[in-house]
Design a protein around this ligand. Structure first.
Ligand code: ATP
Length: 325
C-alpha cells in the first residue's frame, strides 16, 4: 500500500485527506497514518496538516520496491520488482529468479552490488548508494541467434534515459558502452539461457555511475559519472523509470522484425566512434579500419584499406587508435 500512497500523494498538487486515502485503499485512518510514518522513516518528507491531510514535500534518493512501484509508468517492464539493498550481481540474481519461474518483465535492482560482472569475467565496480545496478529479465519468443541484438536495444534505452534526466550529451561506443565526454558512464551485460531454437530467458544487466565522485586509479582515464559531468545529483529511481519506458518502446520495435531495422539509423547517430579509426581486438585476427555504423543485425561495419568487414560483438573489443575511444 505504501507505493500506492506515494503515487496518490504525487498525483495531487495540494493536500490529500486521510479520509480519501482510507476510502481509496479500504483501510483505517490509523493504517494510513502508520504507513505514512514508515515512509517518513525511510526519508520521505511528508507534511501532515490537521483538517487538510498529507502533502509530499520531497523524495529521498532511494531505490526501494515501493519507490520504483510508485513512479512506474511502463506496461510490462517492472511488473515484478525485486529489490534487495545488497546483492552479489543483479544478473546472477535475475538468472536465479528466472529458474524459479519469475515472469517476463521482472526488474531486479540493488543499491550495492558486490560482485558486479562485465564481459569475459571482468569486474564492474558499483560503489554503494552511488550507482544504478539493475537487470531486466526477459522471456521473448525469438530465435536465440537474434538475442545479442537486445544489447543494442538496451544501449539506446540507457542513452535516451540519461539524456532526458540530465542536460548531458550522451553517446554510445559500439556495441553498448554509454559515453559522456569520452568516458564510460554505463556498461551493459546481456546473458542468455537457451536451447538451440528456444530462448528460456535473457537477462540484461545495466550498471550506471550516477553519484560516483571518484574512481579507482585503473578506471580514472576511462570511467565517469553523471555527477562528475553535471555537478549535480539526479534521482536514481526517476532515471530507472525513464530507461524502462524507453526500453519497452525500443523492444517493441525490435520484436516487429526481430532485428534493428527500425533502430539502426538512430543508433548510428549516437555512435561516438562512427567514422573514426578503430582497432578491432579480435583475439584471432586483430585489425584496424574506419568504423561506419551498424547493420540491421547490430554488426559493426569497418572499412579497412582493402575491404569492408562486418564485426559481431561476441568476443571482440573495439578501441580508438590511441586509447579507449
Ligand atoms: P570492451 O570495450 O573492452 O569490450 P566491455 O564494454 O566489454 O569492454 P564491460 O564488460 O562492459 O566491458 O565492462 C567491464 C570493464 O569496464 C572493466 O574491464 C573495466 O575496465 C570497466 N569498468 C569497471 N567498472 C566500471 C565502472 N563503474 N565504470 C566504468 N567502467 C568500469
Amino acid at each position: 500500500m505504501k507505493a500506492e500512497i506515494l503515487a496518490a500523494l504525487r498525483e495531487s498538487e495540494g493536500y490529500v485527506s486521510g479520509q480519501s486515502l482510507c476510502e481509496r485503499f479500504g483501510v483505517s485512518r490509523t493504517a494510513i497514518w502508520k504507513a505514512v510514518n514508515q515512509l517518513k522513516q525511510s526519508g520521505y518528507e511528508i507534511e501532515a496538516v490537521q483538517n487538510r491531510g498529507y502533502h509530499i514535500i520531497s523524495t529521498p534518493d532511494i531505490l526501494s520496491e515501493n519507490e520504483l512501484k510508485s513512479i512506474r509508468k511502463t506496461e510490462w517492464l517492472g511488473n515484478k520488482i525485486y529489490y534487495e539493498p545488497v546483492m552479489g550481481s543483479t544478473n546472477t540474481k535475475a538468472m536465479e529468479l528466472a529458474e524459479k519461474g519469475a515472469p517476463h518483465g521482472t526488474l531486479v535492482v540493488t543499491d550495492k552490488q558486490v560482485c558486479g560482472r562485465g564481459r569475459r569475467g571482468r569486474n564492474w565496480e558499483t560503489p554503494e548508494g552511488s550507482a544504478i545496478a539493475m537487470t531486466f529479465l526477459l522471456r521473448p519468443e525469438i530465435n536465440p541467434n537474434n538475442a545479442s541484438m537486445l544489447t543494442i536495444v538496451a544501449a539506446m534505452a540507457v542513452a535516451r534515459g540519461i539524456e532526458d534526466e540530465t542536460s548531458l550529451k550522451v553517446g554510445i561506443k559500439w556495441p553498448n558502452d554509454i559515453i559522456i565526454n569520452g568516458k564510460k558512464v554505463s556498461g551493459i551485460l546481456t546473458e542468455m539461457s537457451a536451447q538451440i531454437d528456444y530462448v528460456n530467458h535473457i537477462v540484461i544487466g545495466i550498471g550506471i555511475n550516477v553519484h560516483t565522485a571518484s574512481f579507482p586509479e585503473d578506471l580514472q582515464d576511462i570511467a565517469t559519472s553523471i555527477y562528475m559531468e553535471m555537478g549535480e545529483k539526479i534521482n536514481r529511481a526517476a532515471l530507472i523509470e525513464r530507461i524502462c519506458e524507453y526500453f519497452e518502446a525500443y523492444f517493441d520495435l525490435f520484436l516487429r522484425t526481430e532485428d534493428l531495422t527500425a533502430i539502426a539509423k538512430q543508433y548510428n547517430a549516437y555512435m561516438v566512434n562512427r567514422n573514426q579509426s578503430v582497432r578491432v581486438l579480435d583475439p584471432n585476427d586483430p585489425f584496424e579500419g574506419k568504423a561506419r555504423g551498424i547493420t540491421a543485425r547490430g554488426e559493426l561495419l569497418v572499412d579497412t584499406w582493402e575491404s569492408r568487414r562486418l564485426v559481431s560483438s561476441g568476443e571482440v573489443s573495439v578501441r580508438g587508435m590511441y586509447g579507449y575511444l
